[in-house]
Write a protein that binds this ligand. Structure first.
Ligand SMILES: NC(=O)c1ccc[n+]([C@@H]2O[C@H](COP(=O)([O-])OP(=O)(O)OC[C@H]3O[C@@H](n4cnc5c(N)ncnc54)[C@H](OP(=O)(O)O)[C@@H]3O)[C@@H](O)[C@H]2O)c1
Length: 406
């Protein structure tokens, strides 16, 4: 068989356990690893009346994963909130014998303080449960998908290293920070090599716009789209009184004047990376011979709020959206729609007016060698992504046959 000898010399590909395989980044990792010929084990939970198996099958359909690759996938019903992830002892013993690497990608990504207990249970105890489950196994490698935002309320340079941080914007950042500390000490104690991957904000595929998640970047844009639809409808179908009261009007060419002032803040915009870049960067880091420690996967160039507002205006044919400073706003109080918009995007404020600058010296050296570069977030990319988002009604039509999600 051509290439057979080379394959034998390299030995079989490692079996990789990927948590979070039903999620946005995890599903991209799973499908890519399957395509590379890895055996992949995904511990995942049943939800929305679908078993973990059914959820993964539907995701593989979405990715168009060929059938011969699907036989490399094993899905195990599991929940990070339970000791041993709720996996039966025999199955747990079997996993300990076969898993060579872990990519821990699962997380509760809620920023809400109401969900504090849940976020900690998944992000902190969940990691402990996973490491307990695989303790004494043949696994010698952990890739922890963390976040650049473990930097918390730090201003300015954020090192690409384990760091001391004491103040956070939300429980998510804090729990991811604690998870890194736990992973570092437990891996050091048990001789497991650890790579911590810290992406910034991930959006859809830069070429196709396809995405499975419509949070972060999409959220403020979706809010504006919602307002725009609401007032178009008010003007065209209900006489437009509500629109007029807020100074909203529609030009004959369909352009909507939507006077909303958006506070530009004093930060340096938002750090955005497309999911295809995340994937290429992760794989390049994984392929590097000595990629232990921390790696930021971030964009060297932030996108400013002014650019985002300009892209949104152009894409949805709007006028009236303006970027202002806090002082401009103080001179003329905010109207109801502006307050509603601010309230809606409040949870993302620290990310779109970011005061953090992420060091990239370690990741740059490695990614440059591998020829992996982050695409710029241009209007063309924005258009591709938002066209996809609008076509699937911000995720609602993603699973047309079963609207509950994967
Ligand atoms: N997306 C980003 O912009 C971004 C940026 C920086 C870092 N990250 C990090 O990247 C990782 C993946 O993020 P994502 O955007 O892909 O998030 P996501 O789409 O919300 O996926 C989260 C995954 O975690 C799983 N999970 C949550 N609670 C669980 C539990 N109790 N037991 C088992 N599985 C559980 C989810 O399973 P269900 O499907 O069952 O809910 C899902 O598969 C996370 O660690 C996140 O912190 C993401």
């Amino acid at each position: 068989m051509p290439g057979g000898k080379a394959l034998m010399e390299r030995g079989p590909k490692p079996t990789i356990l990927v948590t979070g395989g039903t999620g946005f980044l995890g599903s991209h990792l799973v499908t890519r690893l399957l395509a590379e010929g890895h055996r992949v084990v995904v511990p995942a939970r049943s939800r929305h009346g679908l078993s973990a198996d059914q959820r993964m099958a539907r995701l593989l359909d979405w990715f168009g994963t060929p059938h011969q690759q699907r036989s490399l996938l094993e899905v195990v019903e599991a929940n990070l909130e339970y000791p041993s992830l709720g996996i039966a002892p025999q199955q747990a013993a079997d996993l300990r014998l076969k898993v060579d690497e872990i990519i821990h990608c699962a997380s509760d990504t809620s920023f809400s303080s109401r969900k504090e207990e849940q976020v900690k249970r998944v992000n902190i105890q969940g990691l402990e449960h996973l490491l307990d489950l695989l303790s004494g196994s043949r696994c010698r490698r952990l890739y922890l998908i963390s976040t650049a935002y473990v930097a918390g309320k730090r201003i300015g340079d954020c090192p690409e290293a384990f760091q001391e941080t004491t103040a956070f914007h939300n429980v998510y950042e804090q729990s991811k920070f604690i998870a890194e500390q736990i992973a570092a000490s437990r891996c050091a104690a048990s001789g497991i090599r650890l790579t911590v991957i810290r992406p910034s904000i991930v959006y859809g595929d830069a070429q196709t716009g396809r995405t499975l998640a419509f949070n972060a970047l999409y959220y403020p844009v979706r809010t504006i789209h919602y307002f725009s639809k609401l007032y178009h409808e008010d003007i065209l179908e209900h006489g437009g009184d509500r629109a007029r009261a807020l100074g909203i009007h529609r030009a004959p060419d369909g352009t909507l004047h939507l006077p909303i002032r958006i506070d530009g803040g004093s930060g340096c915009g938002v750090n955005l990376i497309p999911v295809d870049y995340f994937l290429r960067a992760f794989l390049a880091i994984r392929d590097a011979p000595s990629a232990d420690g921390v790696f930021h996967i971030v964009n060297p160039q932030n996108t400013s709020i002014a650019e985002l507002v300009d892209f949104t205006r152009r894409f949805f044919h709007l006028t009236g959206l303006e970027v202002t400073t806090g002082e401009d706003v103080a001179s003329l109080p905010r109207h109801g729609l502006e307050l509603l918009f601010d309230r809606h995007i409040q949870a993302y404020s620290a990310y779109i007016r970011d005061a953090r600058i992420f060091d990239r010296s370690r990741s740059d050296a490695l990614l440059r060698q591998a020829g992996v570069t982050c695409p710029a977030f241009t209007y063309a990319v924005f258009t591709t992504c938002m066209r996809f988002a609008v076509d699937v009604d911000w995720g609602r039509l993603l699973w047309e046959s079963s609207p509950a999600g994967p």
